[in-house]
Design a protein around this ligand. Structure first.
Ligand code: LMR
Length: 341
């Protein structure tokens, strides 16, 4: 009798130990196993942008999503919506402010209405190359500037590169005089408007998603774009001449919704910020490579006549455009401008 009771007790003890072991291993798995994070526990970040997935911004957004998934064990899901799929220019900032999306990365030009100091990045011939841009952004002044780009509803997290812009038109562009009477599509920036006014051209500001049709129909007959956008959206198919001018930089402000970001658990926010810093370095590298490659692809396509500005031609463009820097000193500030190359 006593033996039976003892073995029952032993059996019960064994069962308890096994159940505990199972529960513990279950907990461990739960933390490691992505699929087991419940739908209601997931933090979803909708990341909306207007360019192709195969551009520096598109690739970086995707890499950010993948790394975040990996590093948060699936707890944070970054959903990337490229090609103005969810919101187009003119809509995505409102969507961010209303927390309908949690991340966007508009060109700095498109944020100049909110943060006029960003006009600096549109100034023609301010930066010679990526190295100069990065030196400025990474400087104390540049970092202080980035910190300023926030409101109650928006917070800037990083700056990403696209590249240096080239000009396209339906006629060759060699000298400043060649711009007279052309109608350029621009992003909404007073500097870009002034840049073309200075060259005697008209401008029409329009969303990126409308550019191809506008060029095709002739609503505008010229544009400025970095090669990656020119190639991925096939604008070079509806333009006849390309001048490799590298006259201006196009970069992005990676933004989030302030309330959303501050409301994240601290450890998660840290992972996101560290990952973003890492992706930003990676993006710089691929942006340069990709623009180089896409320019080669455009040239090799034979679809558009390509002209490289000679040093003398470049000097003439620079001279014609330098007054634009002076015009925007009051908006940008002397101190900031002095911090650039
Ligand atoms: C443009 O509108 O030309 C660019 O800002 C598009 C982009 O996001 O690169």
């Amino acid at each position: 009798m006593q033996t039976i009771t003892t073995s029952k007790l032993l059996y019960a003890l064994l069962l308890t130990v096994m159940t505990l072991a199972l529960l513990l291993s279950g907990c461990q798995n739960r933390a490691l196993d992505l699929e087991q994070v419940g739908e209601d526990e997931r933090i979803v970040i909708k990341f909306s942008h207007v360019v192709s997935e195969l551009t520096p911004k598109g690739l970086a957004a995707r890499r950010f999503a993948e790394l975040v998934h990996e590093r948060t064990d699936g707890l944070v899901e970054v959903q990337v919506y490229p090609n103005s799929q969810l919101y187009m220019d003119g809509e995505e900032v409102d969507a961010l402010i209303n927390n309908n999306v949690q991340m966007i990365a508009p060109a700095t030009a498109k944020m100049t209405e909110f943060f006029p100091e960003l006009l600096l990045f549109d100034l023609p011939f301010l930066f010679e190359d990526f190295e100069q841009v990065h030196r400025f952004i990474d400087s104390e002044g540049g970092q202080k500037l980035l910190d300023k780009f926030q409101t109650d509803s928006m917070l800037s997290l990083a700056m990403w590169d696209n590249g240096f812009k080239v000009m396209t038109a339906n006629r060759p562009l060699y000298t400043p005089d060649d711009f007279a009477g052309l109608r350029f599509r621009i992003m909404p920036s007073r500097v870009l408007e002034a840049q073309f006014a200075q060259l005697g051209a008209q401008t029409r500001d329009m969303p990126f998603s409308d550019v191809y049709a506008a060029l095709e129909r002739g609503t505008v007959n010229a544009a400025e774009n970095p090669p990656s956008n020119l190639y991925s959206k096939r604008f070079y198919m509806v333009q006849e001449h390309l001048t490799v001018s590298n006259h201006g930089y196009l970069g992005y402000l990676v933004l989030t919704n302030q309330t959303f970001w501050q409301g994240l658990p601290e450890d998660i926010r840290e992972i996101l910020e560290e990952t973003l810093a890492e992706v930003t370095q990676w993006e710089r590298k691929i942006a340069a490579e990709q623009n180089k490659r896409d320019l080669e692809r455009i040239i090799n396509s034979g679809e558009i006549e390509v002209h490289y500005l000679s040093e003398a031609e470049k000097a003439a463009w620079r001279e014609a455009l330098m007054p634009v820097h002076q015009m925007f000193l009051p908006d940008i500030g002397t101190e900031l401008l002095q911090g650039t190359p």
